[in-house]
Ligand binder design. Structure first.
Ligand code: SF4
Ligand code: SF4
Length: 109
């Protein structure tokens, strides 16, 4: 069984934060591929366009690639909706900030 990647005590795949590419707008400049620290994108040689290959590698709440894209071809879900969902998931997984001391990616107290 594949290992579940966690984000702050929540299974990462339950957090719908990753880019969507509008192929009609994308010019194939590759800026998003170069920008991404998480290797989220793969490249489709046939179409000359990026593919969102590893969505769960996207850094939650990062929007770096949208700022880099010269064609406004990359969108994300509404942040406030994802923040609300994450609040619910924190309760579901008992992943409240006080229970997460010592987990990677969290600031020290
Ligand atoms: S938002 Fe950040 S981490 Fe996510 S795909 Fe774009 S550059 Fe990569
Ligand atoms: S930065 Fe925008 S236009 Fe360039 S390849 Fe990525 S999605 Fe396409």
């Amino acid at each position: 069984m594949p290992e579940v990647t966690m984000w702050q005590g929540i299974p990462r795949h339950e957090i719908p934060w990753y880019p969507t590419i509008n192929a009609d707008l994308c010019s194939g400049c590759r800026a998003c591929v170069d920008e991404c620290p998480g290797n989220v994108f793969d490249w489709d040689d046939t179409l000359g366009r990026p593919i969102v290959a590893l969505p769960n590698n996207c850094v939650v709440y990062c929007v770096g690639c949208t700022k880099t894209c010269p064609s406004d071809a990359i969108t994300f879900p509404k942040k406030e909706e994802v923040v609300a969902l994450v609040k619910e998931l924190r309760l579901k997984y008992n992943a409240l900030p006080g229970n997460l001391i010592g987990l990677p990616g969290l600031p020290p107290r």
